[in-house]
Design a protein around this ligand. Sequence first.
Ligand code: BTN
Length: 257
Amino acid sequence: MQNNIISALFIGQSFVTLKEADSTNNYLKELLSKSKPVNEGTVIMAESQYAGRGQQQNRWHSAPGLNLTFSILLKPNFLSVQHQFDLTRIISLGVVYALQAVTGQSIKIKWPNDIYYGDKKLGGILIENIVQGSQLKNSVIGIGLNVNQTEFPPEVPNPISIKQILQRDCDLNILIAQICNHIEAWYLKLKAGKLNEIRKQYLANLYWFNQEKSFLAEGAIFKGTIIAVRDNGFLVLNTETEEKEFNLKQIKFLNKL
Ligand code: BTN
């Protein structure tokens, strides 16, 4: 289906809106597994997901019709597997820049790719890469954002929505268009090899960067300061005793003690 709102060059030029899907990431991956080629930049948006997936096998909860749940197909075959975290960086930056423009507020990336306002989660990103040899072939970028929902089930940890920030409803079609435009601009920077700028901006927009905070790892609570993110995406913390690196499942951020 053609789309008239999104002015990006290719992201959203093929745009499918579904009333309901299990998960837009699953839907897009199934489409890819069929024989017909799928254009780079195809967007699948669902008004409702009945089995939305989050990171680390978590569920993604989203009230039907109120929020954005969508997936974008990218084909970053110029990117090696070792550099896949740069894709995470640019997608996070695209979402954050779009939301900063819409809200006029400081929106941050909580490592590796959660979208935060203050200490609350506004959205999340689930990237599923399909690899060919040493390069990425297809990348299914799933984005879930709390937009007009104001009541959340108790199992959702510290949620907030755009409506709760702006104190008014936000148009979903305009918002998705802005996000796609920003993601495309960052994707083109990645394609052009502007890694210094990308990595610098990722750190500049990182939640808790350069602040001493509490963390939990290996069963122990400790204080540390995020000082870097390695090229491969590992988080680097300065602790009281040493500099330590962590992968995703190895560390938790502790907001309240
Ligand atoms: C997370 O923070 O855990 C990531 C959440 C990602 C949710 C989005 S909603 C659209 C796409 N489809 C899914 O099933 N998940 C992603």
